[in-house]
Design a protein around this ligand. Structure first.
Ligand code: ACO
Length: 347
């Protein structure tokens, strides 16, 4: 029998030995979630669904929903402050702030600039990236490259969403899946073996029409009659198509990470995948040959929080004492675009 990963070789990007003198190392994590809990039982009263269907098809039991007056930046700022506190550094030491989100406060300015202002990161460059559920892994990959190149020393990488504002609460195919929240990580330049070993990020735009929200850009301005009449401001998804691609892509990204570092799945201490659907996570873990105790899952509590899902899970795992120095941690993401990718770290 082939061992996991031997049949997945496309797009491997090997890091030349000795190339990385510096690497990004996570020195603090934080997360923030709305107080309001929306349970499956409550959803039963909103659309034609039931707890049994949602639980068996997705693994989700409840999700958090932002209150009026709470925005993506509300949770992003709180998660960032918690990550800074754990890191023991002040905001004005940050060189860079990267926010992954598909639900920014506004199209302009970037929500990263709002974070920069509110936490007082006076010298940091700040920008948003739109990579859907892969936003945090994309952001960590960018921060790692800035640190390896010596341009930045300390960076803040955030994933934050208020998806409840773009979810169609009359569509049972999607509204049961998503939740709001934020997670953040402070990274510092490390010159030893601990930190990000490699990142691999990918996209496949030929599937963009399986998962989208197309109202309010230059094609369909928010004010246009078509955007309103055709309800284009809501998120739409072909769940089945996304599901199939997610499992294959997450396996590919995970295997790329392991191959680049000459490791096998048995080296992984903790696998932290994007929290979209328990069946996707289980199928990916099975393909990699990972046992349940090595897979971190919290989607029963929060649903799919897109770019926020991995950093929220990372923070929970960290604060629960699941990560020890030297552990090999694999982050693995997949989302609209399609975008996907992995980050392998020695904690
Ligand atoms: N309650 C009850 N029945 C439902 C519900 C619901 N909430 N939603 C759909 N159904 C019905 C369907 O209408 C269908 O009925 P039919 O057979 O009579 O037509 C039946 O259940 C099966 O529907 P499927 O869509 O085939 O169900 P599936 O097993 O594929 O599960 C799901 C759907 C949960 C959406 C799954 O496909 C999934 O998780 N997809 C991936 C989502 C994802 O990973 N997204 C990641 C990125 S998100 C981002 O980037 C922002």
């Amino acid at each position: 029998m082939l061992s996991p990963c031997t049949n997945v070789t496309r797009n491997l990007r090997m890091l030349p030995n000795g190339y990385a003198m510096l690497r990004a190392r996570i020195i603090g994590t934080g997360s923030s979630l709305p107080n309001k809990i929306l349970t499956n039982a409550e959803l039963e009263r909103m659309v034609d669904t039931n707890d049994e269907w949602i639980t068996t098809r997705t693994g989700i039991k409840q999700r958090r929903i932002a209150a009026e007056g709470e925005f993506t930046s509300t949770f992003a700022v709180e998660a960032s402050l918690r990550a800074l506190e754990m890191a023991g550094i002040s905001a004005d030491e940050l060189d860079l702030i990267i926010l992954g989100t598909v639900t920014p406060d506004f199209p302009l300015p970037s929500t990263a600039c709002i974070i920069q202002h509110e936490i007082g990161a006076r010298k940091a460059a700040a920008f948003d990236i739109s990579a859907a559920c892969s936003g945090f892994v994309y952001g960590l990959s960018i921060a790692d490259k800035y640190i390896r190149s010596g341009i930045a020393k300390k960076a803040l990488v955030v994933g934050a969403e208020v998806l409840s504002r773009i979810v169609d609460w009359t569509d049972r195919n999607t509204c049961i899946l998503f939740g709001d929240g934020a997670g953040a990580a402070v990274v510092d330049a490390s010159d030893n073996d601990n930190g990000v070993l490699s990142t691999h990020i990918y996209s496949n735009g030929s599937f963009w029409e399986t998962l989208y929200q197309v109202g309010s850009g230059s094609r369909n301005p928010a004010t246009s009659k078509r955007t309103i009449d055709e309800r284009l401001f809501y998120l739409k998804m072909e769940g089945n198509d996304v599901f199939k691609h997610a499992v294959r892509a997450m396996e590919e990204a995970a295997c790329a990470a392991l191959s680049a570092n000459d490791m096998s799945p048995s080296d992984i201490s903790l696998f932290i995948p994007h929290q979209a659907n328990k069946r996707i996570i289980d199928a990916t873990a099975k393909r990699l040959g990972l046992t349940e105790d090595k897979v971190f899952i919290n989607l029963h509590n929060y649903g799919n929080t897109s770019a926020a899902s991995i950093p929220i899970a990372l923070d929970e795992a960290n604060r629960a004492g699941r990560l020890s120095s030297g552990d090999i941690v694999l982050l693995d993401a997949f989302g609209g675009g399609f975008t996907y990718g992995s980050a392998l770290m020695r904690w």
